[in-house]
Ligand binder design. Sequence first.
Ligand SMILES: Cc1cc2nc3c(=O)[nH]c(=O)nc-3n(C[C@H](O)[C@H](O)[C@H](O)COP(=O)(O)OP(=O)(O)OC[C@H]3O[C@@H](n4cnc5c(N)ncnc54)[C@H](O)[C@@H]3O)c2cc1C
Length: 239
Amino acid sequence: MASVVVCGGSIIGLCTAMMLARDGHEVTVLETDRDGPPGTPAGAWSSWRRSGVAQFHQPHNLFSRFREVSDAELPGLMDRLVAAGGVWVDFLETMPPTLSDRAPRPGDDRIRFVTARRPVTESVVASAAEEQPGLTVRRGVQLAGLLPGRSAIPGVPHVAGVRTASCEEITADLVVDAMGRRTPALDWLAALGARPPQVESDMGGFFYYTRYFTGAHASAPCGPPADTDGQFLHPDPGR
Ligand SMILES: Cc1cc2nc3c(=O)[nH]c(=O)nc-3n(C[C@H](O)[C@H](O)[C@H](O)COP(=O)(O)OP(=O)(O)OC[C@H]3O[C@@H](n4cnc5c(N)ncnc54)[C@H](O)[C@@H]3O)c2cc1C
């Protein structure tokens, strides 16, 4: 059994932590945002303050691979998501008319997934994490750096734990970085003498415009997807 610190308590951090705890490890998640999940999905949407995740209220799909992994490693999570209002999505049901061969294929089922608004998904994951034996989630803990250990391989720095902004030092056999795309861990590793990873980035040209609707009935798609220049990918945009 190892002691594991997971830096960042968002979806990836919490799911990783649950899987490691289920494998028998002693896991602590450290998350800078103070508030835990509100008790209801509606509360998660309207009142959960998650300043650590800039895209918290933008649309998120949980794709099939996530469902497959969580069905195998975190059984019951998708059921909880559906109970909280998550919906099944099957892109095969909305194939464009240009695809004439619509015959089912073996494995089509794998494409289906459950999705929900991000605050709802995250509240479901966070509630499941709170119930996981062997897992402690500490919120309101901002991480500020890594603790150096004795190198096992000369020239390769060893991480022995983390340091919080309030100067608490927490040692661990394994430190997992789940602090998202703007993670400070790359700088922290460089400060320990680690080789910086090769990062390639480019402007993708994506813009997000989001509007949510509520109502008694499930929404029907009102238009085709558009590409990054705003061109409709569907030959019949008036559909
Ligand atoms: C507009 C938009 C739409 C997206 N849509 C999708 C989608 O449809 N499907 C999809 O799969 N992905 C989507 N993504 C990507 C998805 O949001 C990210 O991949 C996902 O949030 C990454 O999860 P994470 O847990 O790794 O990091 P994050 O969700 O970024 O969470 C990082 C966590 O670390 C915490 N943290 C940060 N710094 C510290 C610190 N110093 N100390 C302690 N805690 C810290 C933060 O508070 C936060 O809780 C979208 C992204 C954007 C921007």
